[in-house]
Design a protein around this ligand. Sequence first.
Ligand SMILES: [Zn+2]
Length: 87
Amino acid sequence: MTDMPTRTCIGCRRKDDQGSFLRVSRESGGRVAICERGGLGRSAYFCRESACIEAGLVKEKLARALKTTVTEAQKAELKEELVCKLR
Ligand SMILES: [Zn+2]
């Protein structure tokens, strides 16, 4: 048994420990960015898989998870940053 908090990938809905996911948070000022550690507020999680990043960035999944609006430009930028983290 473990009491590690579990999080859900917004791409594939897989549940796992927070540490195994890439985390994206809404920062003050409205910017949506990859959050390496700490941080408050709403976050969304992605498996370290390009398929999940792709799946999580379609439609309004990310916007719903963060309860904010995410523009197409922000999503494109975020996707590039997330994919870089896979290497
Ligand atoms: Zn996933």
